[in-house]
Design a protein around this ligand. Structure first.
Ligand SMILES: [Zn+2]
Length: 186
């Protein structure tokens, strides 16, 4: 089961959180995980559990919180329910400038990619085109935490495959969507 286009950033964030709650961290420091525990990930195959998930959720929500406060200091408190964070973000930046809304949409797309990859689903990269050669065929590289273009002629001046951050892919995605909108509106 992949995280196709049907799963929103909110859904994925909630799923990450539920997984963490079902498999709480144990250990002296509160930060160790007994990897030999066979049942730890049995209920959610393919979801590599580690503490990074907790930081990941905190960082994602923290980013949303900062963005909302910067644009709308009068915003009501963020909803307790995790999967409502994005609705809260959109609602409280509804009257922001077009540039700020584009930034918001880009952040949400990027976080959606991040949540999926955090759960081991790198297939979310596939619908994205390489920003340089415009081809499909990006491949997720865990080591660099970037999407790598597998098209051989698409190399930089040193002959090295191009690698793109999720932020870059999200930016391109939202910018393209905006351009399409403009074309159809005229
Ligand atoms: Zn390329």
């Amino acid at each position: 089961m992949g995280n196709g286009d049907g799963d929103t950033a909110a859904t994925l964030l909630q799923r990450l959180h539920e997984h963490y709650r079902q498999h709480p961290v144990t250990g002296a420091s509160g930060h160790s995980y007994i990897s030999s525990e066979p049942r730890a990930t049995a209920s959610t195959p393919g979801l590599p559990f580690n503490l990074h998930v907790v930081d990941h959720i905190d960082n994602s929500l923290g980013e949303i919180e900062r963005e909302v406060r910067a644009l709308n200091p009068d915003a009501e408190p963020r909803p307790e329910q995790l999967d409502r964070a994005y609705d809260w973000y959109i609602k409280n930046t509804f009257n922001s400038s077009e540039a700020d809304q584009q930034r918001r949409d880009t952040i949400i797309v990027r976080q959606r990619l991040e949540h999926a990859i955090e759960m081991g689903d790198t297939s979310v990269i596939r619908p994205h085109r390489c920003p340089a050669c415009r081809r499909l065929g990006l491949f997720w590289e865990n080591k660099s935490h970037r999407a790598l273009c597998t098209y051989t002629p698409c190399r930089d001046e040193n002959g090295v495959a191009r690698r793109w951050t999720l932020a870059h892919l999200a930016y391109q995605y939202i910018a393209a969507r905006k351009n399409v909108g403009h074309v159809s509106a005229t």
